[in-house]
Design a protein around this ligand. Structure first.
Ligand code: SAM
Length: 211
């Protein structure tokens, strides 16, 4: 799909305003510029940003409760899905603060630039979440291409004792990952098909108990 078709599809699916599209175009421009040095997205996806990254990120906006105050994006990288969600939350006047957690200082600088330029209700937090002394105070999380499922579960179990929801993007190995994980965990989750890839799906985990 060329860029024009991707933007057209994005528009039809999301029904966002012209203003939001303009914001995303600026984000796209800085992403392409920054990718030369920062390795923000895979080179194979750089011509498919609107589909592979923007639309893919957008699709979880309705999984977030309307009265949710904060959302933590684990290993946000170039801002997926957190920054896209923040851009859409701004348009929809959803008072949601998004915390983008990232252990790469260079990516944090990139995220901060977009937050400032688009005046978003988000913060980029320079943190390795595996640091021994680090714990979360938050209750809702999202993870896209962050770590293997068992690692995410261990992390939440140890560091986010009071979580109420984790939204996790899974790819073509996701089914196996879930099967493996269910040997060690009682998991309560809802599953949704991805709108951008027939091999991918998204789970919303609301309960995680170690067996
Ligand atoms: C494969 S990228 C995915 C980025 C983004 N979520 C996406 O979907 O495009 C994984 C990101 O997680 C970050 N990361 C990995 N381990 C981390 C940790 N322990 N703490 C914070 N960030 C971490 C990496 O620096 C990297 O930017």
């Amino acid at each position: 799909m060329d860029r024009k078709d991707q933007i057209d599809t994005f528009n039809r699916f999301t029904q966002v305003s012209r203003e939001t599209i303009k914001g995303l175009m600026l984000y796209e421009e800085l992403l392409i510029k920054g990718n030369k040095n920062l390795n923000l997205v895979g080179n194979s996806t750089i011509n498919h940003i609107w589909h592979r990254h923007f639309l893919d990120s957008f699709q979880v906006i309705d999984f977030i409760d309307k009265n949710q105050k904060t959302l933590v994006d684990l290993g946000s990288g170039a801002g997926f899905p957190g920054l896209v969600l923040s851009i859409v939350a701004k348009e929809r006047k959803i008072p949601l603060k998004i915390k983008l957690i990232e252990k790469s200082k260079r990516k944090i600088n990139f995220l901060k630039e977009i937050i400032t330029k688009l005046n978003l209700n988000a913060s980029a937090i320079y943190q390795n979440v595996e640091d021994e002394k680090f714990y979360f105070n938050d209750d809702t999380f999202v993870a896209r291409a962050f770590k293997p499922l068992p690692k995410i579960f261990e992390l939440m179990h140890k560091k986010a004792k009071n979580f109420n929801k984790i939204i996790i993007f899974l790819g073509k190995n996701g089914k196996d990952g879930l099967l493996q994980a269910s040997k060690n965990w009682d998991i309560k989750y809802k599953q949704r098909m991805s709108v951008t890839s027939k091999d991918s799906f998204i789970i919303e985990v609301s309960k995680l108990i170690k067996k």
